[in-house]
Design a protein around this ligand. Structure first.
Ligand code: NAD
Length: 488
């Protein structure tokens, strides 16, 4: 068991109240660490430190080359501590080792990508009608409040930190109160590689208090939030006090459209991965399977046949492919949706309960669950469950599939399976979703924009769009005539 402090103004500090929170392993309840339980008072101190750091100009005036090189050092340091980060992510949020290895590699690559982009930020020159020399320059936004969820603690932190720092901003990051450990370890890297004090501040604690302060404090210029849609609405409301720049990465109820002409074997594989990777605790999880009636029975039978291959257990144990849910409270929520599905008349094909056996007794495990004969108005077809629950809805025609796919308040991700590429494009072009795949599901690239339509969010992370989200745009007009204008 380790006792952590949080990073404010280059120093490791406790919460002003002295309160701490126990962080436990969701697979067995083991106590992993104690972390400071900050509140709005601590958040204010962190915000003020970031404000001083930004206003002093030290970081934003650091050359882009030097900023980029520091980001490369962070990337390298993450890889130097690869095993530590992998184990920490598994123990903190319950994911299987193989998935945590992907996350840590991606996190390091994210810093490398934005380290490279730091030197590619550039403006434009414009021709104006009166002959002025007009320049457009890009500048950092200022102080950023960054709030991340518990399902990809390290990766979501890096998606926010790397572009903001590449662009020259100063920031306060708040990881989820459930999974703060990798962000605090990352904080050690920032101090080791030589970031000036106050540029990166990392506070731990709940949304009420610390998170709300980041969203509402007038010293914060931008708030970047990833989490649930209901929380996102509150963040947006709080950000109105000083008209903050806001980006929101929110929930999803993402459709997978499987047509009868798909490559059957491959579509079955990807569907299971779409629904059950990271225990289904993924904003982009394929949680609604729309499958053409002609292959519905065969497809669903094959899914159910393969589910037993998904071995549950502690993410560090050999061969485990699915871990526990992040907390007992979250398991209760997922189980309540399973009850709702049964009460609504959906047909439970597999799962729907906790696995049996002593090894599961102290963890928050739920078996991979598939509901068939789901109808579009059922709550399990409409609401984000954020667990290993797949809802299957059969369809007859392409038009019907598109209408069903778009019949959601969300618009984050979607996948289409067909061996007719014309159909694939035709369908994708009509889907209202920001992240889409044809004949695969889930691959995510640091180079490609991430974000949703509708109530899945505002703005994009990653790629060139990700750095845009941390830049202001200024016009500079230079008058080229020294003579007075003689207007008055
Ligand atoms: P959550 O909304 O409960 O919490 C997210 C973060 O917000 C946490 O750090 C929390 O402490 C903080 N928070 C809570 N209330 C707050 C408030 N009033 N003001 C400011 N901050 C507050 O979400 P969660 O349960 O941690 O994560 C699951 C959700 O995140 C799912 O809905 C999922 O779809 C979404 N998510 C979206 C993406 C994406 O890229 N679109 C990625 C991952 C997760």
């Amino acid at each position: 068991m380790q006792e952590y402090k949080m990073l404010i103004d280059g120093k490791w500090v406790s919460a002003k109240s002295g309160k701490t929170r126990d962080i436990t392993d969701p697979a067995n309840g083991d106590l992993l660490a104690k972390v400071p339980e900050s509140n709005s008072e601590d958040a204010k101190l962190a915000i003020e430190a970031a404000r001083r750091a930004f206003d002093s100009g030290e970081w934003r005036k650091t050359s882009a080359q030097a900023r980029g090189k520091l980001l490369f050092k962070v990337s390298q340091a993450i890889m130097n501590h690869f095993d530590k980060f992998v184990e920490m992510e598994v123990r903190d949020c319950g994911k299987p080792r193989r998935e945590a290895e992907f996350d840590v590699t991606d996190a390091a690559n994210c810093f490398e990508y934005y380290g490279g982009l730091a030197t590619k930020i550039h403006g434009q020159t414009m021709q104006t009608p009166d002959g002025s020399v007009s320049l457009i320059v890009r500048e950092p936004i200022g102080v950023c409040g960054q709030i991340v969820p518990w399902n990809y603690p390290l990766l979501m932190s890096c998606w926010k930190l790397a572009p903001a720092l590449a662009a020259g901003n100063c920031l306060v990051l708040k990881p989820s109160e459930l999974t703060p450990l990798s962000a605090l370890e990352l904080g050690k890297i920032f101090t080791e590689v030589g970031f000036p004090p106050g540029v990166v501040n990392i506070i731990t604690g709940p949304g009420a208090g610390a998170g709300e302060e980041l969203a509402s404090n007038p010293l914060v210029d931008k708030v970047a939030f990833t989490g649930g849609t209901v929380t996102g609405k509150k963040v947006m409301e709080n950000a109105t006090h000083n008209i903050k720049n806001v980006t929101l990465e929110l929930g999803g109820k993402n459709p997978i459209l499987v047509f009868e002409d798909c490559n059957f074997e491959s579509a079955v594989d990807w569907t299971l991965f779409a629904a059950f990777a990271n225990q289904g605790e993924v904003c982009s999880a394929g949680s609604r399977l729309l499958v053409q009636k002609s292959i519905h029975r065969k497809f669903v039978d094959e899914l159910v046949k393969r589910v037993p291959r998904i071995k549950l257990g502690h993410g560090l144990a050999e061969g485990v492919l699915m871990g526990p849910l992040v907390s007992a409270a979250h398991r209760d929520k997922v189980e309540s949706y399973i009850k709702i599905g049964l009460a609504e008349g959906a047909k439970l094909l597999c799962g729907g309960k906790r696995p049996e056996g002593a090894e599961y007794a102290k963890g928050n495990f739920v078996e991979p669950t598939i509901f068939d004969h789901v109808t579009p108005n059922m709550r399990i077809a409409r609401e984000e469950i954020f667990g290993p629950v797949l809802s299957v809805i059969p369809f007859e025609t392409e038009e019907e599939a598109i209408a069903l796919a778009n019949d959601s308040e969300y618009g984050l991700a979607a996948g289409v399976f067909t061996s007719n590429l014309t159909r694939g494009h035709r369908v994708i072009n009509q889907l209202r979703a920001g992240i889409t795949w044809i004949n695969n599901y889930h691959p995510t690239y640091n180079e490609m924009p991430w974000g949703g339509y509708k109530q899945s969010g505002i703005g994009r992370e990653l790629g060139l769009f990700g750095i845009e989200a941390y830049l202001e745009t200024k016009q500079i007009n230079i008058w080229m005539d020294d003579n007075p204008i003689g207007w008055y």
